[in-house]
Design a protein. Structure first.
Ligand code: G
Ligand code: MN
Length: 228
């Protein structure tokens, strides 16, 4: 029932300097009142042993309305179990067909240790044209293990590093050095959860290429426009 109530909200990721939309992150939403946030849907699927079909449904829903006329990137969140699902690397899936435009986000919050052959699987996804992002970098107790294993094209800094960064010199130092390190390795940096102009200006000064957050747009059904 939960799977039938799912829909996808799209949240813009913006290039502030160029004032261009770089891409949209597909975010899981449910209209089922007992499952108020995406974590509840994922927990329910995990309890029922239905994570794989859930992941497939999310990826299909996310790819469905992508306009061919536009070239923006589509960011899709993966659960670690999705990495072992053969459907993910099926060249005929709707997402694979637009792989060149797709960034697969893998959260730093969960360990890749249990994923058999994680490195090889990720390499195969790259062969298909997908790019890889490490999500939630710097969140909670997360470390840098996915970052070093995946060598991602894109790094997403967690919003806990972003919040009030303009008045928090330690966060400024962390973001400045993570951004410099990532750029040095040829990676693109996205800062998530930007809510104020002060945070935006500080992040741009620190060298973040791309920003995402409620300051620019709320996630929405169509592809929301951006308030610069
Ligand atoms: O784990 P991940 O980074 O994929 O989570 C994205 C979540 O963060 C989404 O549920 C989205 O609604 C939320 N989000 C995106 N931008 C902001 C923001 O500016 N502020 C807050 N509080 N949440 C945000
Ligand atoms: Mn994400």
């Amino acid at each position: 029932r939960a799977m039938q109530s799912m829909w996808i909200a799209y949240h813009p990721i913006v290039d502030v300097r160029a004032q261009k939309i770089f891409g949209y992150e597909a975010l899981l939403r449910s209209s089922e009142p007992s499952l108020p946030h995406p974590g509840a849907v994922i927990d329910a699927a995990m309890r029922l042993g239905r994570l794989e079909p859930l992941g497939r449904a999310i990826r299909e829903l996310a790819a469905e309305p992508i306009p061919a006329a536009d070239s923006f990137a589509l960011f899709v969140n993966l659960h670690v179990t999705d990495l072992t699902d053969p459907a993910l690397s099926d060249p005929e899936s709707p997402l694979s067909k637009i792989a060149q435009r797709v960034v697969l986000e893998i959260t730093e919050r969960s360990s890749l240790d249990e994923v058999k052959d994680a490195r090889r699987r990720v390499a195969a996804l790259r062969e298909m044209g997908f790019r890889i992002a490490v999500d939630d970098l710097g969140a909670g107790y997360a470390g840098l293990s996915s970052f070093t294993l995946l060598e991602p094209e894109i790094v997403k800094l967690d919003m806990s590093l972003v919040r009030d960064i303009h008045v928090t010199s330690t966060k400024q130092k962390v973001v400045r050095s993570m951004t410099a390190l990532s750029k040095d390795m040829g990676m693109i940096v996205v800062a998530e959860g930007v809510e104020t102009r002060e945070e935006r200006d500080c992040l741009v000064d620190l060298g973040c290429d791309l920003l995402q957050g409620f300051l620019f747009a709320k996630p929405g059904r169509a592809f929301p426009g951006v308030a610069w």
